[in-house]
Design a protein around this ligand. Structure first.
Ligand code: ADP
Length: 661
């Protein structure tokens, strides 16, 4: 329910629209009740063939006669010798006085109404009927206008509130730790962006639209019914607690079912995302059927969960309908008893001051039906709102997740790196899996260090600590003596260039993809960087629009080597003090490799470089090689030194380095 309150608060940022929308809803409610109320004059005129003037005169006459009768009866009662001492006679007298009071009031009311009816309404029954129909039409038209206005305002608020939420979610995603990304996965996050937010929009529409309007319509009818006979109304609402019980029980079940369905929708997104990402693998290993099967399982599971919701909702509707018809039946039976017997009391309880007329009972029935229609619509709303709250739970849960890697409260300045990058007693674990243990490593400025080791030995994790994708649980990474956690993230990352195994390019022009590293760079600077990365030639000769060619999603229109060179141009443009190459040359053809090495050889000068590589040719660029095994530095030295004294390095070299050389 906390999420529900937060959703409401978020919508109240657009409070003017909410307030005007609510006023419109009130008008809709009023006209809803007023339209139903036309049934009374309609019955008086149509069924009894009289004009409203005749009707008001008759009512006045009847009230006068009743007054005379009750006054006469009162006088006779008072003449009775024991009227003062007999409780029965006293109660009769009190009742008579009540009726006299009620008749007087009715008489006054009709007398006040009379001149208006004579002045403004036609004298004949049929034209009177036409006037009533016109009033009905006008009421319907006005109700429609207010309804449309409310819908537009509500949609505005719903879309704006979801827009804010989407913005906040995206901003949060940009800040979130890498840990969250690896744990949640892209599909899970995507489903929050798409399906969950869509559910929230619909929930807002229900919440601010019908959930306000329908109760107001109910209220208008209830007020109308209470004006006719409030005691009969209370009497007929004996079943209301049953409705409350149904809503609360089924509501709880619905909420849980909705949560589960949303989770399953995330699982479907994850399946789709994984299959798209790994489509090559799926095809190469002819696993289409297997994937289809797994997807069907997830899909069917969603179907089962969605059906559960449908069953609860389906159960709720007839139950609520039964309760509302039950209410009407109770009212009708009670009311009919009073009308048929010209009584004011039911089961010994006073219901009315004057006996009810048929037309009033009919109106009472109409108004109660006017309550039951919105009540039925609201059961449908209930499911929607529950779904939105379940979705909001998931979205807020992500929004509230604390960011572990953040700026310190009082950041230290971090001038451009000139001295030493140091890992001091660094230990790191993903959840409970220890990946790095007490790593000590010093990399003087300007040195190129290669990190080698078996798969899973923690190489990527180690270099990821430098741009603070993760923070170590123990120990520290220091840059020129400053613990990088004490500096601003922006200042730190501004000094780092990163080229990974899969160089991520965006669906934008070549120019903009390179400029990503330095948005203020001129075209000329970009071209110079591309030249240094040996990318200029293929950009200008192979790509149809040169630097303005769009690269397609993830830059897939280029070969691995071309992508690497663009990524390198990007890193060159940034002019970083620290360069991280994570298997950056692993996927390339010999021609690209030659060009990239040439580019790297020039580029690594005057920078600290950490590179993860298994290629012998790339290793040649390194001044120093560090061998990592199971998260520990087991040896370091030059290639020759390590070949001479490190068994693991020898094995790696003979197994992989030679193969890839
Ligand atoms: P390397 O680069 O040497 O192959 P990594 O640093 O990528 O090794 O991974 C080291 C170990 O940490 C591996 O066993 C891997 O399974 C685990 N690991 C890597 N990334 C994550 C992650 N995001 N969450 C959990 N475990 C991870």
């Amino acid at each position: 329910m906390k999420s529900f309150a937060r959703m409401l608060r978020a919508a109240l940022r657009y409070r003017y629209s909410v307030v005007v929308g609510t006023l419109c809803a009130m008008m809709v409610g009023f006209f809803w009740g007023a339209n139903i109320a036309t049934v009374k004059p309609f019955v008086e005129v149509a069924f009894q063939g009289q004009s409203l003037q005749q009707w008001v005169d008759r009512e006045i006459e009847q009230a006068r006669q009743a007054l005379r009768r009750f006054t006469f009866q009162t006088r006779r009662l008072q003449e009775h010798p024991q009227w003062d001492s007999s409780p029965r006679l006293r109660s009769q007298l009190a009742q008579l006085q009540h009726r006299i009071h009620a008749e007087r009031q009715a008489l006054q009311w009709y007398q006040r109404l009379r001149p208006w009816i004579y002045a403004y309404l036609p004298q004949e029954p049929f034209p009177t009927l036409v006037v009533i129909c016109m009033a009905l039409l006008t009421g319907t038209l006005l109700k429609g206008v207010f309804l449309a206005l409310q819908e537009v305002l509500v949609t505005r608020v719903s879309l704006l509130a979801t827009l804010d939420l989407r913005q906040a979610l995206f901003a949060k995603m940009l800040q979130l730790d890498m840990r969250t990304f690896s744990r949640e996965g892209c599909g899970e996050l995507m489903s929050r962006f798409t399906y969950d937010l869509e559910m929230i929009t619909r929930g807002y529409q229900a919440l601010l639209g019908k959930a306000i309007r329908e109760p107001l319509k109910m209220l208008a009818c209830l007020i109308g019914a209470a004006l006719i006979c409030w005691r009969l109304l209370v009497f007929s609402l004996v079943l209301a607690p049953v409705a409350g019980l149904i809503v609360s029980r089924l509501g709880h079940l619905l909420r849980r079912a909705n949560h589960r369905a949303l989770q399953q929708m995330s699982a479907i997104y994850t399946r789709v995302e994984e299959t798209i990402q790994g489509i090559k693998v799926v095809r190469a290993f002819t696993q289409e059927e297997h994937e289809q099967c797994r997807f069907e399982q997830a899909n069917r599971q969603y179907y089962r969960r969605a059906m559960k919701i449908a069953r609860y909702e389906a159960l709720m509707r007839p139950l609520m309908e039964l309760v509302s018809v039950g209410t009407i039946v109770v009212a009708l039976l009670g009311g009919a008893y009073l009308v048929l017997n010209s009584q004011t009391h039911l089961l010994g309880i006073r219901m009315t001051d004057r006996p009810l007329q048929w037309s009033s009972l009919l109106l009472f029935y109409g108004l109660l039906s006017g309550v039951s229609d919105p009540a039925r619509k609201m059961t449908h709303l209930f499911g929607r709102i529950q779904r939105a709250v379940a979705a909001a739970d998931r979205v807020y849960q992500l929004l509230d997740r604390p960011v572990q890697v953040h700026d310190p409260p009082r950041p230290l300045p971090l001038p451009r790196h000139r001295q030493m990058l140091e890992f001091r007693q660094v230990s790191f674990a993903y959840q409970d899996r220890q990946v790095l243990s007490q790593v000590d490593l010093q990399v003087p400025f300007g040195t190129t260090v290669a990190i080698v080791g078996p798969n899973g030995s923690g190489k990527t994790t180690l270099v990821n600590l430098v741009p603070r994708f993760y923070d170590p649980q123990q120990g520290a990474v220091l840059l020129d003596g400053v613990d990088i956690r004490r500096a601003r993230l922006r200042e730190l990352r501004a000094q780092i260039g990163l080229v990974t195994q899969e160089p991520l390019l965006f669906d934008d022009s070549v120019l903009n993809n390179i400029r990503y590293a330095k948005p203020q760079a001129s075209d000329d600077e970009v071209i110079q960087a591309a030249k240094k990365a040996h990318a200029h030639e293929f950009i200008t000769t192979v790509l149809e629009h040169g630097y303005h060619t769009r690269l397609g999603p993830r830059g897939r229109r280029l070969s691995g080597g071309q992508q690497q060179r663009i990524a390198l141009a990007r890193a060159i443009l940034r002019d970083p003090a620290i360069l991280i190459l994570d298997e950056a040359t692993s996927q390339i053809d010999p021609e690209s490799e030659r060009l990239i090495h040439q580019a790297l050889r020039e580029f690594v000068q005057g920078r600290t470089v950490l590179m993860i590589t298994h290629r012998r040719s790339t290793l040649e660029l390194a001044d120093w090689i560090v061998v990592l095994d199971q998260g520990r530095v087991v040896a370091q030295g030059t290639h020759e030194e390590l070949l001479a004294r490190c068994a693991l390095y020898q094995r790696l070299y003979s197994d992989r380095l030679r193969r890839s050389a």
